[in-house]
Design a protein around this ligand. Structure first.
Ligand code: SF4
Length: 348
């Protein structure tokens, strides 16, 4: 899939400046477009770090829309950078549908602009594609490259990330001398930006699993308290929280027998490296299109809660004040799923 820099075919310019999970779910689209020619990707600095080493990407253009490239001058500067490298026959794919992203493609001088018919920036598109709310988001994004009503098979829908030697070296250094270097481990990702997406029983889950598996906790620096609460119950659990770049976290998750995660970014990292996944859903549901895509993907969710789903992302607090969608998912039931995932026979 490697794309030579001198490829004379028209380039595709994928613009995806959303959350990191969306960036991961854009990789099937990027792979499909790379079959036709070089692919440039415009994404956030964090997204660019995640797509580093991706063999289908010719050029990464970081767009720090809330930082160094904020405002109209940053928009023009980034548009120039996109246009300078894209070539006269480039086609833009608006995986992120804001008016700003559409404007970026327009200012870059890209004449053909493909995006969803439902997006805020749709008036700036030359080709509008139906947004299938009932499809997985990876397939929705992939459909930007496809003919009308075409469907992707499972193999083409799997996202992929490519940690390199430096990311693996960071993981080696983190695990050296720990329980997780000595025996198979399960990764736990207890965090989420949205409070009600956080299942509250990771410490009890860790206690239940610790005799059979080493444990590694993944997440951002903001998850330090969650990691500490897990280590109270499982003192040998290794905390990678806040210590690894995201692509190195993907390399770490790739080594796990399984990942137990909320409906959050680590779930998509596991999908992209093929690690068996237990995904815990509370106020959100997989039918929103953001469920796990790993070859072994198990869902922990409350099947009899008429209030589910109650919010697109997960509200700050349970509007009914009981939070039963999460509180009634027992640690024992999730531990059973984790063991099942960890003993499944799969390969990435
Ligand atoms: S309203 Fe229902 S789905 Fe929403 S957080 Fe509360 S228990 Fe969960």
């Amino acid at each position: 899939m490697s794309v030579p820099a001198s490829d004379p075919r028209p380039a595709s310019v994928v613009i995806q400046t959303s959350f990191l999970g969306d960036v991961v779910l854009t990789t099937p689209l990027i792979a499909a477009l790379a079959e036709r020619g070089p692919v440039d990707v415009v994404t956030t600095p964090a997204g660019a770090a995640l797509l580093k080493h991706h063999p289908a990407v010719r050029r990464l253009v970081p767009y720090d829309k809330r930082g160094t490239a904020r405002g109209i001058r940053g928009l023009h500067r980034t548009a120039r950078e996109i246009g300078d490298g894209a070539g006269p026959d480039a086609i833009a794919y608006l995986a992120q549908g804001s008016l700003r992203s559409g404007t970026l493609a327009l200012l870059a001088g890209i004449k053909a602009r493909v995006g969803f018919a439902s997006s805020a920036g749709r008036r700036l598109y030359t080709h509008r594609i139906p947004y299938h709310a009932e499809w997985h988001h990876a397939e929705r994004l992939w459909s930007l490259s496809a003919t009308a009503d075409a469907r992707a098979d499972a193999a083409h829908l799997r996202p992929h990330l490519y940690p390199g030697a430096e990311e693996h070296a960071l993981v080696d250094a983190l695990l050296a001398g720990t329980d997780a270097a000595a025996r198979p481990f399960i990764a736990l990702a207890p965090g989420s930006v949205w409070a009600t997406k956080r299942w509250p029983y990771y410490p009890a889950l860790a206690r239940a699993l610790a005799s059979d598996y080493a444990l590694v906790i993944v997440g951002g620096a903001e998850d330090a308290d969650l990691a500490a609460s897990i280590q109270v119950e499982a003192p040998d659990a290794v905390s990678a929280v806040g210590t690894l770049p995201l692509l190195a976290s993907a390399a770490l998750i790739a080594r796990a027998r399984a990942l137990v995660t909320n409906d959050s970014a680590p779930q998509h990292l596991a999908s992209a490296v093929g690690t068996p996944t237990v995904a815990i859903f509370g106020p959100t549901v997989p039918a929103f299109g953001f469920g796990p895509l790993a070859p072994v993907s198990l869902i922990a969710e409350h099947s009899r809660m008429p209030c589910r789903p109650c919010d697109k992302h997960g509200p700050a607090v349970c509007p009914l004040a009981h939070f039963r969608c999460m509180r009634e998912l027992s640690p024992e039931s999730v531990a059973t799923l984790a063991r099942k995932a960890a003993t499944s026979e799969v390969s990435a």
